[in-house]
Write a protein that binds this ligand. Structure first.
Ligand SMILES: [Zn+2]
Length: 71
């Protein structure tokens, strides 16, 4: 299922201090305003791969991108 993905520009709000990738729904739910649009992807693995071109430490959110979450 295709979804819109965003990356958080603020790396200090998660335990790993990395730039986290979220779905549009989850970014809105969390109230993340300082975010960068990555694109429309079939899954979080493709979204994080694209996000790594922006932030090399990009990681999937454990909640909305579990298949791309490293920890
Ligand atoms: Zn999320």
């Amino acid at each position: 299922m295709f979804k819109h993905y965003y990356i958080n520009n603020n790396p200090t709000l998660n335990p790993g201090f990395n730039h986290e990738v979220h779905t549009m729904e989850h970014a809105t739910q969390l109230g993340i305003c300082n975010k960068h649009y990555i694109g429309y992807f079939a899954n979080e693995i493709e979204a994080v791969a694209q996000a790594k071109k922006i932030y090399s430490d990009a990681d999937g959110c454990a909640t909305c991108c579990p298949n791309a979450h490293r920890g």
